[in-house]
Design a protein around this ligand. Structure first.
Ligand SMILES: Cc1cc2nc3c(=O)[nH]c(=O)nc-3n(C[C@H](O)[C@H](O)[C@H](O)COP(=O)(O)OP(=O)(O)OC[C@H]3O[C@@H](n4cnc5c(N)ncnc54)[C@H](O)[C@@H]3O)c2cc1C
Length: 296
């Protein structure tokens, strides 16, 4: 193949596509190579049961990304490609074995009232949890959307919030410790621990202590944010931006190896043996995802 590119992105999951979309919009010629039949990775929507019934096979709640400039400021104009979010009411209902249930509503006061059915004290603790997250969330959002800072700088930013050293202590606690410290009633504790499991982290591991705050506050603010058409609507919209800026996306295209000459990436070798090369003066490899073979 003769076509050359400034950037080659291996994988068309939504993270790689975000990277590809910004680079394409910056004027670089971008090629995205996806080994699967469809783009999207774990942000996929498939007919898993009956024809016409589409399911999100992995990711379903697009909550965290709501605070990203991509959506918050509509930086990429993804709505032009049909991306639209729903904010379900109620957010979720948690049934318990004793036939009781706890419902979270987008309306904060309604959620507080619901928790109060189990414990007045825990209802107040929930309000305090949201206040605590409000006090520290800016330092987290800054960290997420800026180049990685040294751990010491990240901790200093947390300590500089109005919650000071206390916030650093939460950061190093486990989610279990946070929940046990803040809530007393067993249904309420179960609810917050389940919320903390959303990132599949071990909730008794030190370092997970802020999950009960961040995940619950995210759901409280943005509900169980659901894209119309399923999770796949996000990667499809991102792919629209890549293509409108002249980028190409190829599926059934597995990257096996990165070509390196004199210490510089020159291109990639595909599973079918073809090579895709970079433009000689501006080469870069945005390899967000690697197979074992691709690492060789
Ligand atoms: C069961 C489950 C539920 C989840 N629920 C949620 C949720 O509700 N909300 C949420 O925010 N997150 C959720 N997540 C996490 C979320 O799905 C992932 O964090 C996200 O999809 C990761 O996106 P990514 O682009 O980094 O990688 P991926 O989605 O993994 O995409 C990687 C892509 O690269 C391709 N690829 C890999 N190697 C190569 C190669 N050598 N050549 C070419 N292509 C290659 C793969 O085929 C894939 O398409 C869930 C994850 C799982 C597994």
């Amino acid at each position: 193949m003769n076509t050359t590119f400034d950037i080659i992105v291996a994988g068309a999951g939504h993270n790689s596509l975000v990277c590809a979309a910004y680079l394409a919009r910056a004027g670089l010629r971008v090629l995205v190579l996806e080994r699967a039949r469809e783009i999207g990775g774990d942000t996929c929507t498939e007919e898993l049961t009956l024809p016409g019934f589409k399911h999100d096979a992995c990711a379903s709640a697009h909550t965290l990304i709501q605070t990203s400039p991509i959506l918050r400021d509509n930086e990429l104009g993804l709505d032009r490609y049909g991306l639209k979010y729903l904010f379900p009411d109620p957010v979720l209902v948690m049934p318990f074995r004793d036939r009781r249930s706890l419902t979270m509503f987008p309306n904060r006061d309604a959620t507080v009232k619901e928790i109060a059915r189990f414990s007045e004290r825990d209802a107040q603790a929930y309000e305090q949890l949201l206040l605590d997250w409000d006090a520290i969330k800016a330092s987290y959002t800054r960290a997420r959307y800026n180049p990685p800072a040294k751990p010491s700088n990240a901790l200093a930013a947390l300590e500089a919030t109005s919650r000071g050293l206390e916030a650093v202590r939460w950061r190093f606690s486990s989610a279990v410790e946070t929940v046990e410290e803040r809530f007393e009633e067993e249904h309420v504790r179960a609810f917050f621990l389940w919320m903390s499991l959303m990132t599949m982290a071990w909730v008794d591991e030190p370092g997970t202590g802020l999950l009960p705050l961040s995940i619950t506050a995210g759901r409280q603010a943005f509900s169980w944010t659901t894209p119309v058409g399923g999770s796949i609507s996000l990667p499809r919209a991102l792919a629209g931006v890549v293509r409108e800026c002249g980028g190409e996306i190829h599926t059934n295209a597995e990257v096996m190896r990165i070509l390196v000459e004199n210490g510089r990436a020159m291109g990639v070798v595909m599973a079918n043996g073809t090579r895709r090369c970079f433009h000689s003066s501006r080469q870069a490899f945005a390899g967000c995802h690697w197979t074992r073979d691709a690492r060789r």
